[in-house]
Ligand binder design. Structure first.
Ligand SMILES: C[S@@+](CC[C@H](N)C(=O)[O-])C[C@H]1O[C@@H](n2cnc3c(N)ncnc32)[C@H](O)[C@@H]1O
Ligand code: SF4
Length: 453
């Protein structure tokens, strides 16, 4: 395993979309084209499966110095009301494109820190969103909460609106690691919110853990997982720390590069964490994700209904995902579009009654085929090209590029069916990269993505 990790640990995309954002059309997408694709997708899919909504709530009270998310640090809670007003206005702009009420099958609050907002603000936002749609009996509503500021009031309000899944940023329980990333968060805080969520009817709690942070050691990973086992959240995301200091304004300062583990140390942390999570009873579900067998994510992984989009893995699929709020990405299946990245630009666009996208990509026939294979591999660890509609010259070229990984035992290809082996699961990104010929055009020395491990 160690040799394989050394060999395959290269910069690579996380494939929350294909094409990945750096390879979207340079010319972008015309707003009218985006709008038409949303209309078409809605008409095709709303009655059948509903839509997904992602809402980005960007504010945080303090900066964690490892964070790569789009956030705005402020202690001024006066920002809540104007932001919610703008998001509701953006929702109205989308509603105007729909010829019937949207069935909101999935809803996710991401951030930033959604629990920065007062429970009353979240209540107002949720009423404004959900009153204009239909909540189907089977729905999946979730939020990302900071364990230090998620209170009973937040959980109650969201539970009232149908939320049953909470995802908490834990990262690492070691105090030295926490101090170095400016995020001191004792175990007790995580314990309180986890237990409270369960008492209030949340049936799936998820923890984000990160390996490769400053001052982390195998010991701190072991200690963290020991504490995780006391709470046994239904899901775990075990992310590789994405050190992307070349991205401007992401706040990755506050510790020295020398305080980071070596690539070998980071790989050892990954292996230790991976083994400990499996020993604790978690099953690997797609890339970076683990779930208990009883959790919907594992059930849907087994049933081959797992899906992946900009929210990460989701237990069910909708063709249309609308992202509201600053920097959110929307996916109409035929096209992607991203909202402007600063709060000021966002307000400006909304003020003009403009859907606030600033870039996007209209998928070609070829993109749609490759996207399907990459999704299959990321979600089900297999794909096939028996049907003519799934065949393409790029697929056959990928087959050639995969020969070495086949030799290394990471996958098999038989009868036009690619299956990732147990050994190959940690390398699923590398396998997908063989299908992504756009990567071949990257100039040597340009780093667009973080390392795969
Ligand atoms: C929006 S935050 C979670 C909610 C809340 N803001 C919090 O911090 O608890 C989303 C998650 O992204 C992950 N994350 C952020 N920056 C990262 C980075 N540079 N590398 C890897 N994971 C990162 C963290 O695990 C974090 O919990
Ligand atoms: S990790 Fe969460 S709380 Fe910390 S800065 Fe990033 S989004 Fe904000």
């Amino acid at each position: 395993m160690e040799n394989l990790i050394a060999k395959y640990n290269i910069p690579g995309p996380r494939y929350t979309s294909y094409p990945t954002v750096p390879f979207w059309n340079k010319e972008g997408i015309q707003k009218s084209v985006w709008i038409e694709s949303v209309k078409q997708s809605f008409a095709e899919s709303n009655a059948k499966e509903g839509i997904s909504l992602y809402i980005h709530l960007p504010f945080c009270e303090s900066l964690c110095t490892f964070c790569g998310c789009n956030k705005r640090i402020t202690k001024n809670h006066g920002v809540e009301s104007p932001y919610i007003t703008a998001v509701l206005k953006e929702w109205d702009l989308y509603l105007a494109l729909f010829d019937e009420k949207p069935i909101i099958s999935e809803l996710h609050f991401g951030g930033g820190t959604p629990t920065f907002f007062a429970p009353e603000s979240l209540d107002f936002l949720l009423s404004g969103i959900l009153d204009k749609g239909i909540i189907p009996e089977k729905h999946s509503y979730s939020f990302e909460g900071h364990p230090n500021n998620t209170k009973k009031g937040h959980l109650e309000v969201m539970a009232k609106h149908g939320f049953r899944r909470a995802s908490y940023g834990v990262q690492d329980f070691d105090e030295k690691v926490q101090r170095s990333i400016n995020r001191v968060q004792p175990y007790e805080n995580v314990e309180v919110v986890t237990k409270l969520s369960r008492e209030l009817g949340y049936n799936s709690t998820s923890f984000d853990l990160v390996y490769g942070l400053p001052f982390q050691t195998i010991g701190s990973i072991e200690g963290t997982i020991e504490l995780v086992k006391k709470l046994m959240p239904e899901r775990i995301a075990f992310y590789s720390y994405a050190h992307v200091p070349w991205m401007k304004g992401n706040g990755q300062r506050g510790f020295d590069d020398n305080d980071l583990p070596t690539p070998e140390g980071k790989r050892a942390m990954y292996e230790a964490g991976y083994r400990l999570l499996l020993e604790a009873g978690y099953k690997e579900v797609g890339m970076d994700h683990f779930a208990l067998e009883t959790d919907e994510m594992y059930i849907s992984y087994n049933a081959k209904t797992l899906h992946r989009n900009f929210m990460g893995y989701t237990a069910s699929k909708t063709q249309l995902m609308v992202g509201l709020g600053v920097s959110s990405i929307s996916d109409s299946w035929y096209a992607f579009a991203q909202n402007v990245k600063t709060v000021e630009e966002y307000y400006e666009e909304i003020e003009k009654n403009e859907i606030p996208i600033f870039k996007g990509h209209l998928l070609t026939e070829e993109d749609l085929i490759i996207r399907k294979h990459i999704l299959n591999i990321m979600c089900h660890f297999e794909t096939d090209w028996n049907e003519e509609a799934l065949q393409h010259k790029l697929v056959f070229e990928a087959e050639d590029r995969l020969q070495e990984m086949i030799q290394d035992g990471l996958l098999t290809i038989e009868n036009c069916t690619l299956t990732v082996t147990e050994k190959g699961k940690p390398f699923v990104r590398n396998i997908c990269m063989a299908f992504d010929e756009k990567l071949l055009g990257i100039k040597p020395g340009t780093q667009l993505f973080s390392m795969t491990i």
